[in-house]
Ligand binder design. Structure first.
Ligand code: ATP
Ligand code: MG
Length: 451
């Protein structure tokens, strides 16, 4: 049976050049297990390997810890969203002590709720009560075995999600809870809630810091080797240097460059050595944007269009929705859409999402990396962008599930960007109401001001 991790966009290659950081994480876990709740800050620029490092660590503890994996998204803003979906995921598996802890914390309705009945009045007090209960839940779970709470992309966490981390760190001594916060230190607001939490954590609890640095030539060569195929091959020095010169040790950039060179026929293998096929013709894009663009341009035009629907929708996108929108604006058939998505899958631009053990769950896809989505949306012209938002909003309105968390907010957002102001206001108002009922006063004020 698969584990309650969210299957994230990373390829199953071996990890390189992070031995020290892995040891550091293990030491922090030991400290949490033997002494007190501890937080590890895993920071670094986009594509440096934060998610990868965290995922490898979680994988290595799936048998001796209860893992709560919260992921924050730039476009999912409702309060406690990250925690709610992490708890929903784990509730489908029987973690040791789960039923008892759940009963004690009285959280069943919050976990079951799809965004409306978690709590029932509109005050800061209700948010705080929910945070309290989640804290009790996690502390009770920690009586059975250590708990690891991972919150990735925490630069996008809602304030209540961060408040919860604060509560966890104040757990009594001997509560084995390890919190891992992964975040882009390039994107963090110096006056924002995350920065504040980090500052306070230093004062009040055990903080470990892992600032990921770019990898050196040796690591880059290993990574290139792993991407091209097994370790049985060596990488010619000029090839490694050419890649490293542009990618400068950012693993995401290295990966994309290698895939680009490989797909464009710029590499050849001689015996056991990979090298540049024809030096005169080699085209090495000089930015991540450039290399991702080249890889996207290698897709058929139809596949590019289909992917751009997904990109406007979100980091992950359900197949049904893409089929529906593609039919509305491109008159594509479901078979055509499936073939286009296969094209993108075979080039590792997207990955298929496995939505836990529920076989009825619908198929969805995720971009292999956020930056692929960013390039797609940045390069869209304004008119097409508007058309896509409008079509997505209409598809959601017709076939979406209004009980999904964030449904009204998503409709408000897409209608708003589709410039259908009347319907955007209508949904913004409902999103405001719904969040208010959730006790999410932080967010409610923003939706109301849009309305
Ligand atoms: N040490 C490593 N060894 C092998 N592959 C790596 C390593 N670090 C990162 N990668 C790969 O590089 C890509 C980018 O890494 P990752 O997604 O972890 O970056 P990130 O820091 O989380 O970026 P973002 O801030 O955009 O979320 C992934 O495909 C990942 O598997
Ligand atoms: Mg990441």
């Amino acid at each position: 049976m698969s584990r309650p991790f969210e299957q994230r966009a990373h390829r199953a290659l071996s990890m390189v050049a992070r031995d020290q950081e892995q040891a550091h994480l293990s030491a922090a876990f030991d400290h949490a297990r033997n002494e007190q709740a501890t937080v590890v800050l895993v920071s670094g620029e986009p594509g440096i390997g934060k998610t990868r490092l965290i995922q490898e660590f979680l994988k290595s503890h799936q048998d001796d810890a209860t893992i709560i994996e919260a992921v924050c998204y730039s476009d999912i803003v409702h309060p406690l969203a990250a925690m709610q979906s992490a708890l929903q995921r784990i509730s489908e598996f029987s973690a040791p002590g789960w039923d008892e802890a759940l009963g004690q914390a009285q959280l069943s309705s919050f976990i079951r709720s799809r965004g409306d009945s978690g709590t029932n009045a509109d005050s800061a007090e209700d948010v705080r009560r929910t945070i309290d209960r989640i804290t009790v839940l996690l502390q009770t779970l920690a009586e059975s075995q250590p708990v690891i709470v991972s919150m990735d992309d925490a630069q996008w966490a809602s304030e209540p999600d961060l408040e919860l981390v604060r509560y966890l760190l104040r757990s009594p001594r001997d509560t084995p809870i390890l919190v891992i916060l992964g975040y882009r230190d390039t994107d963090i607001d110096p006056r924002g809630a995350l920065q504040q939490l980090i500052r306070d954590a230093y004062r009040e609890s055990t903080v470990e810091r892992i600032a990921l640095k770019r990898i050196g030539e040796h690591g880059a060569r290993q990574l290139i080797g792993a991407i091209l195929d097994s370790a049985a091959h060596t990488i010619a020095r000029p090839l490694a240097q050419a890649i490293q010169q542009e990618a400068e040790g950012v693993p995401f950039f290295i990966e994309e460059l290698v895939l680009h060179l490989h797909e464009s026929g710029s590499l050849r293998r001689e015996g056991k050595t990979w090298m540049i096929a024809n030096k005169a013709e080699i085209d090495i894009p000089q930015s991540i944007h450039g290399v991702v663009t080249s890889r996207l341009m290698a897709l058929s035009e139809e596949a590019q269009k289909t992917l751009s629907i997904g990109a406007v929708y979100g980091r992950t996108f359900p197949l049904d929705l893409i089929v529906d929108v593609a039919q509305r604006i491109e008159s594509s058939s479901p078979e055509e859409v499936a073939a286009q998505l296969d094209e993108a899958l075979s080039r590792s631009l997207i990955v298929e999402n496995h939505a836990g053990p529920d076989v009825r769950a619908q198929i969805s896809y995720a971009f292999a990396h956020d930056q692929i989505r960013e390039v797609l949306t940045r390069d869209l012209n304004a008119i097409r962008r508007r058309i896509l938002h409008q079509a997505i909003a209409e598809a959601l309105e017709e076939h979406g599930n209004p009980a999904e968390p964030g449904y009204d907010a998503a409709l408000a957002y897409h209608f708003g960007n589709g410039e259908d102001i009347a319907r955007a206001s209508q949904f913004a108002e409902r999103a405001g109401d719904q969040d208010a009922r959730l006790g999410a006063f932080f967010q409610a004020s923003t939706h109301y001001s849009t309305a």
